[in-house]
Design a protein around this ligand. Structure first.
Ligand code: SF4
Length: 317
C-alpha cells in the first residue's frame, strides 16, 4: 500500500509551519485516494486562498488553486462539465465560511456530487491569525489584541441546514480515522462536508493538540449511534437531523468526531439536470467533441433539440 500512497505525493516544497495540522489532512487524503485507487487523471482537487488552499500542490492529481472563497463554484463547474470526475474541495474556515459562505450554502441546496474538506483552525493563518468565522465569542487567540465579540458559525449545523447529504467531522492528527471519513465522503453520491479540526500551531494557542487530547470521542463508538437515513420518511429524517444537530452543538469537555448525518435518498444536481436534458449524461459538456474534420461535431438537429429545452415562450398580450 505504501507505494500506492506514493502515487499521490508530489515533490513540491511545503512552507506550512512545522507541526501544522494541514500535514495530517494531506496524508489522510493521499491514503484515502490510494485505498479508493483513484485515477489522478480523473481526480481534481480545488482550493481557494489560505494556508490550507495550498493543498492541491501537494496531491498528485489535477489541481486548481483559485480565488478567495470561490473553490466551491469552481468545483461545481468542473463537476457539472464532467460528472465522471472525482472532485474534492479544500478550504479554510475563513475561506469557505467567510467570503465563501454563500457558495457553501448554495452547493448544499444543489447536492452536487463533490466532497468539501474544511480545514477548521478558527483563525486566518495565512494573514497572521485574525479571528475566523469559527472562533467563538469572547475567545482570544494570541494574535488578537482583544477577545472576539462575534458569534461563531457551526459548520456541521450550517451544512445540515443547507442540505448537505453527508456531514462528518474529523481531526487532523487522527489520520487513519480521517482517511476513512474521506473515503466514505467520496463514495457518497451528493454534497459531502468533512469539518476537520486542525490545530494551527502558530496562531491558535487555544485549540491545540493538548486541548483536543482527551476531549474528542468517536460517534461510531456511542451505543446505538446510526446517522444514516434508511427510509426517506419525514419522521426518520426529522429524527436523524435532530440527533445530528444535538451532537453538532456539543463542545467543551466532550467533542464528537465521526459521521453526523447521511441521507442517500436525495437526487444529485447532476441527476436533476439529466431529467431536464437527457443528452447531459450521455454527452456532458467536457466530453463533447467541438468539431470533426472542420465541421461541428454536434448535428444541427441535435443542437436544435438541445437548444429548444431552454426556450421560454413569453405571452406578450
Ligand atoms: Fe498551519 Fe497555522 Fe502555520 Fe498556517 S499559520 S501553516 S494554519 S500552523
Amino acid at each position: 500500500m505504501a507505494s500506492n500512497v506514493a502515487r499521490y505525493k508530489t515533490d513540491v516544497w511545503s512552507d506550512w509551519c512545522p507541526g501544522c495540522g494541514d500535514f495530517g489532512i494531506v496524508a489522510a487524503m493521499q491514503k484515502a485516494f490510494a485505498e479508493l485507487d483513484l485515477d489522478p487523471a480523473q481526480t481534481v482537487v480545488v482550493s481557494g486562498i489560505g494556508c490550507s488552499s495550498k493543498t492541491p500542490h501537494f496531491i498528485h492529481a489535477n489541481g486548481v488553486h483559485t480565488l478567495h472563497g470561490r473553490a466551491i463554484p469552481f468545483a461545481t463547474g468542473i463537476k457539472l462539465a464532467n460528472p465522471r470526475l472525482t472532485v474534492v474541495v479544500n478550504g479554510g474556515d475563513g475561506d469557505l465560511l467567510g467570503i465563501g459562505a454563500g457558495h457553501f450554502v448554495a452547493v448544499g441546496r444543489r447536492n452536487v456530487d463533490i466532497t468539501v474538506i474544511l480545514h477548521n483552525n478558527q483563525v486566518y493563518g495565512l494573514t497572521k491569525g485574525q479571528a475566523s468565522p469559527t472562533l467563538r465569542r469572547w475567545e482570544q487567540v494570541k494574535s488578537l489584541p482583544r477577545p472576539n465579540i462575534q458569534d461563531a458559525v457551526n459548520p456541521i449545523a450550517l451544512a445540515i441546514a443547507s442540505g448537505y447529504t453527508f456531514v462528518a467531522r474529523g481531526y487532523a492528527l487522527w489520520v487513519d480515522h480521517l482517511k476513512e471519513l474521506i473515503k466514505a465522503a467520496i463514495r457518497h453520491k451528493g454534497t459531502a462536508l468533512i469539518d476537520v479540526l486542525q490545530p494551527c500551531v502558530t496562531y491558535n494557542n487555544l485549540y491545540t493538540a493538548d486541548f483536543y487530547k482527551g476531549r474528542l470521542y468517536k460517534l461510531e463508538e456511542e451505543p446505538g449511534w446510526d446517522p444514516i437515513v434508511h427510509e426517506p420518511s419525514i419522521d426518520e429524517i426529522d429524527e436523524k437531523v435532530a440527533r445530528a444537530w444535538e451532537k453538532a452543538l456539543e463542545w467543551g469537555q466532550r467533542i464528537p468526531v465521526g459521521v453526523f448525518y447521511v441521507n442517500p435518498h436525495v437526487e444529485t444536481y447532476e441527476e436533476r439536470i439529466a431529467k431536464l436534458n437527457p443528452l447531459y449524461q450521455e454527452k456532458p459538456i467536457a466530453l463533447q467533441e467541438i468539431e470533426e474534420n472542420g465541421t461541428p461535431a454536434i448535428s444541427r438537429e441535435d443542437f436544435i433539440k438541445l437548444f429548444n429545452k431552454y426556450i421560454v415562450e413569453v405571452d406578450r398580450r
